[in-house]
Ligand binder design. Structure first.
Ligand code: SF4
Length: 138
């Protein structure tokens, strides 16, 4: 969710109108100095550690996406990685036993949708632009 979408009532219909879900009812608020790639990577690290391992897409897919995000964040991302993540992420949630895997994919897809420019900048510069005081969208 971006700045323009912040002023909405915290109730189901309003959230759904923005294609958002309450999930666990947790909100993470980031300012413009927070790297969305690092945030996404950390979130996927959490999900990969918390997966119970029962379903293959969740057990194998989320750590794989974490590794790709880590590559992008540390300057080793390659052109095409973003589209690869988007393409593969859609296979992680469906068919899994619980909502956990889908819950991992939704914030990732949202981050790429809202902050794709930041993901691309990491790959182009071969480093995180947020770590050296060169903040995008300042
Ligand atoms: S989707 Fe749920 S049941 Fe399946 S591996 Fe992930 S946490 Fe376990």
């Amino acid at each position: 969710m971006g700045e323009s979408e912040l002023d909405i009532p915290l109730e189901f219909d309003s959230m759904k109108s923005l294609d958002l879900y309450f999930g666990t009812g947790t909100a993470i608020v980031m300012d413009d100095k927070t790297c969305p790639v690092a945030m996404s990577r950390n979130l996927q690290m959490f999900y990969s550690r918390e997966s119970c391992g029962w379903c293959t897409p969740c057990r194998e897919g989320i750590p794989w996406i974490y590794e790709l995000l880590n590559s992008i964040e540390t300057g080793e991302g390659r052109p095409g990685d973003i589209d690869l993540i988007i393409d593969q992420a859609k296979y992680i949630g469906p068919g899994t036993y619980c909502a956990f895997a889908m819950g991992a994919v939704q914030p990732l897809e949202s981050a790429i949708d809202k902050f794709r420019e930041d993901f691309e900048e990491h790959i182009r510069l071969r480093r995180c632009p947020y770590t050296r005081g060169n903040i995008l969208k300042s």
